[in-house]
Ligand binder design. Structure first.
Ligand SMILES: [Zn+2]
Length: 274
């Protein structure tokens, strides 16, 4: 590419990047977080309390559950993103529930199950794994799954990271499927003091890296904490965003790094011309 064309492309990218960065009061960039509440669909009351949370918390709904369709629509109407919370085999062989994936399935079974699950969770914009400490370690089923999700188009994947050995996000990257990874679990311990500590870790992580993603569950303690905490979150210099927004901000950041690299090449080239 001609150097002037490269410089122009860099400037265009830079403009897109600046448009994608969150700005706080006084125009200072602020850190962002996203939060997903998992395991919705079997209990109407806890699902309804979740979809009424203040702010764009994402709702992860289990497939083929009694209230999946109803909660998906209510969540969407309350400006919440919906994702399919896809059950996957765990090391402990926990009960999968309906619509789950296990290590005996071949590519065809995974595709058929995925398609059926998505029909029961309308308006889903992404998919996350429920459990899956065994299946997400296995490369072959992850390749079949990530390819199947990619082929549907317009969906992203969230690796809940239920095992440090997960290859789910790695495989998603290989097939160029947009994806996120869980940074913090809010409520593995449901005591308020523990949730408060985990939330502080979430904010610290976001401030350090620019953004962070948390998973929680519709426990009364978690929901009560978020109902109190989210309305004045921006006073902490942190903004709650949707998963889609988090993805687009991170891809803008990657473009920014590429732009910086291109600008360095262009400037380096200009210098050597003198
Ligand atoms: Zn789950």
């Amino acid at each position: 590419m001609h150097r002037a064309a490269i410089a122009l492309a860099a400037l265009v990218l830079l403009g897109q990047v600046q448009a994608g960065v969150a700005r706080g009061a006084g125009d200072a960039p602020i850190a962002v977080i996203a939060i997903i509440i998992d395991d919705l669909g079997n209990n109407l009351a806890e699902g309804q309390r979740t979809v009424r949370l203040p702010g764009p918390v994402a709702c992860a709904i289990l497939p083929q559950t009694p209230y999946a369709q109803r909660l998906a629509r209510t969540a969407h109407n309350n400006n919440k993103e919906v994702i399919l919370h896809l059950p996957m085999e765990s090391v402990e062989s926990d009960a999968l529930g309906p619509g789950g994936l296990d290590s005996k399935m071949r590519a065809f079974d995974i595709i058929v199950t995925l398609n059926k699950d998505l029909q029961t969770v309308p308006l889903a914009v992404g998919i996350s794994n429920h459990m899956g400490s065994l299946l997400t370690q296995r490369r072959q089923p992850m390749e079949w799954l990530m390819q199947a999700i990619t082929n549907r188009g317009d969906l992203f994947f969230v690796d809940s990271r239920t095992t440090p050995q997960t290859v789910a996000a790695t495989v998603a990257r290989e097939v160029e499927l947009p994806h996120l990874e869980r940074d913090v679990f809010l409520d593995n311990d449901q005591q308020l003091s523990s949730i408060r500590t985990q939330f502080a870790i979430l904010l610290d992580t976001a401030r350090e890296y620019g953004s962070a993603l948390a998973l929680g569950h519709p426990y009364p303690e978690t929901l009560a904490f978020l109902e109190r905490k989210l309305p004045d979150l921006e006073n902490s210099g942190v903004r709650l965003v949707t998963l889609s927004k988090l993805l687009s901000m991170r891809s803008a950041k990657r473009a920014s790094l590429r732009t910086s690299a291109i600008l360095r090449i262009v400037r380096g080239g200009a210098k050597s011309a003198h």
